[in-house]
Design a protein around this ligand. Structure first.
Ligand code: ZN
Length: 170
């Protein structure tokens, strides 16, 4: 993991080995090589830097570009929906669905997953999900399911410290 300072000198971490987002390179305005990549993506803008000539350098104005304003819809999924979507996984039969229900839950999961990745919706997780999932033998996959759809956005404070065998989320 690499750590970079942003324009406010706050440390921004990344798990990208090169520090740049892959497949984002365009022509550098300084050296003209196709090495002007996206270095950081922040809340409302992103920053580029050349991996060859390092433009813009310390004293130069940051190559910062605004991101479009997001207008996401918030959809709260109850535990019933999460459990039934998890049950699509052959190794986890935690839901109460029958075979006849599977196409419905598969379609729902595919649509929610696509809409989340398109940044059109967010399905926040909550302490209710965590508490109800703790009672299941499928806690880890349930947690992965609601975190996948939430993008780790929570509708309340996160506290996994009460789950035996699982560390704090902070
Ligand atoms: Zn350059």
């Amino acid at each position: 993991m690499e750590v970079f300072p942003n324009e406010k000198n706050e440390k921004v971490s990344t798990n990208r080995s090169s520090g740049f987002y892959p497949r984002t390179y365009i022509a550098c305005p300084k050296c003209c090589k196709s090495t002007f990549g996206v270095l950081m993506i922040l809340k409302d803008h992103y920053c580029r830097r050349c991996r060859e000539c390092f433009y813009p350098k310390g004293g130069q104005r940051a190559a910062s570009f605004p991101l479009p304003e997001l207008n996401k819809s918030v959809i709260y999924l109850d535990q019933f929906a999460i459990s039934n979507m998890l049950a699509l996984n052959p190794g986890a039969k935690s839901g109460s669905q029958t075979r006849l229900d599977l196409p419905f839950w598969l379609t729902l999961f595919e649509k929610l997953d696509s809409l989340c990745k398109l940044q059109l919706i967010v399905c926040p997780d909550s302490d209710f999900h965590r508490h109800e999932s703790m009672l299941s033998a499928f806690y880890p996959p349930l947690e992965r399911m609601y975190e996948l759809l939430s993008g780790c956005v929570s509708s309340g404070p996160r506290n996994n410290s009460q789950v035996p065998g699982y560390g704090s989320a902070t």
